[in-house]
Structure formats: C-alpha cells, structure tokens
Design a protein around this ligand. Structure first.
Ligand code: 2DT
Ligand code: MG
Length: 204
C-alpha cells in the first residue's frame, strides 16, 4: 500500500514546523514505516535559493515571477515525493499549494491565475490548517524578520486561508499547548482513508 501523504498549512508562526516534526515522529511510530518531511519553500534547491533571497534580503521580483518560482519549487521535488509514497513511505509537507495560492492572492492577483501553475500536483490525503490569530502569531519568536511577516498582510492571508480551508482542509485550533495541538492532529490523521491512486489537484 502506498504511504500516507499529509500537508500542514497555516500562517507564519502558527507552529507548523514544530507540529510537522511531531507528526513525522508519530507516523513513524504508529505505521512502522519511514516518514519524510518536505518543507516548501525548499530553500536548498536552485530555485529555492532565489526564493530565500526574495524573502530575506529584499531581492526584487514581480509578484508573478515569485509566484511561479514557488510553484516550480514544488514541481522540482514532486517526483521524489511520489516515489517515496509508492514505496509505502509516508510524506509530511510543511506548506504546499494552498500557501502558494493564498499568499499571492493576498497581494491582489486573481485566484484562477494563482491556481494554474499548481494544477496537476498530487492532492494530499488530508490537509490540516492550523489556526492562530495574526495577533497571537505576531507575539511569537523572531516574527517580522521575513518579507510577509506584517500583521496587515497576514490578516489578508488569514481571511483567504479560512475561506479555502472550509472546503479543502481540516481546521485545527493551534492556540493550545504544543501537546494539545499534537493530540488534535494525531486524531485527525488516524481517521483518514488512504486510496491507492493520488488525485491530481484541479482547483480549490
Ligand atoms: P516559511 O515561513 O514556511 O518558510 O515560508 N509562501 C510559501 C508563498 O508565498 N508561496 C508558497 O508557495 C509557499 C510554499 C509563506 C516562507 C514564506 O513563503 C510564503 C511564508
Ligand atoms: Mg515563516
């Protein structure tokens, strides 16, 4: 049987990375299979390095160009992800195409335009959306260092995330303790049915 394919989405500082690490450990233990974490953007690839410069050192790129790089950054890792799933290993994603779409749409670009480059990517078995208010997130460590970490922008992203999550995600309250959030995530993951074939992303 193919592995489990789970994405975690949310605002900056919503605790995604911590929860992804915990979920990897939980899946390794409960399924007995290897579990891999992929983080998007993957800053280690050639495209990821340009994305990193854009996010951290103010390198100028048009909204369209950076959007296409974020999407290309997913396409450059997807064959590796599919191969692992086919071997029966699990894959956890720290952000995926929903982040790609809502962060660019929050800049004023059209939803359909933002969706197009990601069409055809494999759809996760479940996408968890960690909710935390932009105000609470902004109190957390190192906030404000990267380009998108401004409360006004995060509020626009949050509104779009909430709208999209109603149809595409399971929402998890991430304002509790690390342990509480991890328990909620583990419960959601246990109920997921794994089909053999992966669906192709066809829009939100
Ligand atoms: P991290 O803080 O998770 O490293 O993300 N982003 C991310 C986009 O705008 N489009 C995308 O496709 C992805 C994956 C979210 C860095 C920032 O990049 C944003 C925050
Ligand atoms: Mg961030």
């Amino acid at each position: 049987m193919r592995g489990r394919f789970i994405a975690i989405e949310g605002l900056d500082r919503s605790g995604k990375s911590t929860q992804c690490d915990r979920l990897v450990a939980h899946l390794t233990e409960t399924t007995g299979n290897k579990t891999h974490l992929f983080k998007f953007p993957d800053r280690s690839t050639p495209m990821g390095q340009i994305i990193n410069q854009y996010l951290t050192s103010g390198v100028a790129l048009s909204d369209q160009a950076i959007h296409l790089l974020f999407s290309a950054n997913r396409w450059e890792r997807i064959e590796d992800i599919k191969a692992l799933l086919e071997k029966g290993e699990n894959v956890v994603l720290d952000r995926y195409y929903i982040s790609g779409i809502v962060y660019t749409q929050a800049k004023g670009l059209e939803r359909q335009w933002c969706t197009n480059p990601d069409l055809g990517l494999p759809v996760p078995d479940i996408t968890l959306f960690l909710t935390v208010s932009p105000e609470v997130a902004s109190q957390r460590g190192a906030y404000g260092e990267e380009r998108y970490e401004k409360i006004a922008f995060q509020k626009r992203v949050a509104a779009l995330f909430h709208e999209v999550a109603q149809r595409n995600c399971i929402t998890v309250d991430a304002s509790g303790t690390e342990e509480e959030v991890a328990n909620a995530i583990n419960q959601c993951v246990e109920t997921v049915q794994i089909g053999e074939a992966l669906d192709k992303f066809s829009g939100l």
